[in-house]
Design a protein around this ligand. Structure first.
Ligand SMILES: [Zn+2]
Length: 315
């Protein structure tokens, strides 16, 4: 409890400073992201760490959707007008031999409301040097840019970096910045620059590969060309680290077939999302979503013609 209080206070202070600097009020959701969630899968201890939150304009996230229909879904989740401010959850896995991070948060130079992973790690009793493996779901800024510190050096200096081969090849290609859409070009430049810095300590894996004991990579393309999820299995228990394959708890659960503006290939992303939601609901497999609420760990249930996310935190 004492620890949690410290996190809350620190996040609030940072959040207030950010709010003052940008002239924005600290959003209510920002407060809720401070708490971590945790569970065990066999001998793997899994928890999420808060990297802060994103601020996403509705016009970008819901481009092409009927605003009234979107509003109805958001209101049912208690989300009012203005930009969407989802949490950024980074997954930490520990067992007897390893300290594994899934993604690295947004780092110091993406959004003022993000980049808090280091403080969250500290609260979990870890220094970045103790991380043995960093596994990436994909190369978007809020998942990759935290790989470097303020001086552009690798933050997790003793870690091995693991990424799906398709994702690596796409973003490491110098032509991607000119072939990707204009609004995504800076993401491509930013991704490649960071990948170059960690390249020599990095390895690639394939769909279906067991990347570490009990951890299987599962292709879930669409959000990015090589997006990967990870299925954890141990002692009859299981969990899916879903990254951004199911990117929000509102529209993407209620209407999983609808296009989402942050998905690069909206059709392929919708197919991946539907397949995963069906699987998670049917198998009652736990899910960790990078931008799902209340720590991001929970279950998927059928609701009407869609689904709903039930965070562990409410049980
Ligand atoms: Zn993301």
């Amino acid at each position: 409890m004492g620890k949690d209080m410290t996190v809350n206070r620190r996040d609030v202070m940072t959040g207030l400073a950010t709010g003052l600097a940008t002239g924005l009020l600290l959003p209510a959701q920002g407060w809720a992201t401070a708490g971590a969630a945790d569970l065990t899968i066999g001998d793997m201890q899994v928890q999420t760490l808060s990297d802060g939150h994103l601020v996403l304009p509705r016009a970008m996230l819901f481009a092409g959707l009927e605003p009234a229909a979107v509003d109805q879904i958001l209101q049912a989740k208690g989300i009012g007008a203005g930009p969407i401010e989802p949490p950024i959850n980074v997954t930490l896995l520990r067992d007897a031999n390893r300290v594994v991070l899934f993604d690295t948060g947004a780092g110091p130079s993406f959004q003022a409301s993000a980049g808090r992973l280091l403080a969250a790690l500290e609260t979990a009793g870890l220094s970045p040097e103790e991380v043995t493996h960093v596994v990436f779901t994909h190369c978007h800024p809020d998942h990759l840019w935290g790989v470097l510190d303020d001086f552009d050096d690798p933050l997790f200096s003793n870690a091995e970096y693991l990424m799906g081969r398709v994702e690596w090849d796409y973003w490491f290609d110098p032509n991607t910045a000119s072939t990707i859409s204009e609004e995504r070009a800076s993401m491509a430049v930013g991704a490649r620059r960071r990948m170059q810095i960690v390249a020599e300590r990095s390895t690639r894996f394939e769909d279906g590969q067991e990347i570490l004991p009990g951890i299987e990579a599962q292709a879930s393309y669409g959000h990015t060309p090589g997006h990967m999820c990870f299925a954890l299995r141990s002692s009859g228990e299981s969990l899916l680290i879903g990254g951004d394959a199911i990117g929000n708890h509102h529209v993407s659960f209620a209407e999983p077939g609808w296009p989402i503006g942050t998905d690069q290939d909206t059709e392929q992303a919708a197919k991946s999302r539907l397949r995963l939601l069906d699987m998670l609901a049917h198998d009652q497999m736990r899910l960790i979503g990078a931008h799902l609420p209340q720590g991001g760990i929970g279950r998927v249930e059928l609701l009407g013609s869609g689904f709903q996310f039930i965070p562990d935190a409410v049980n």
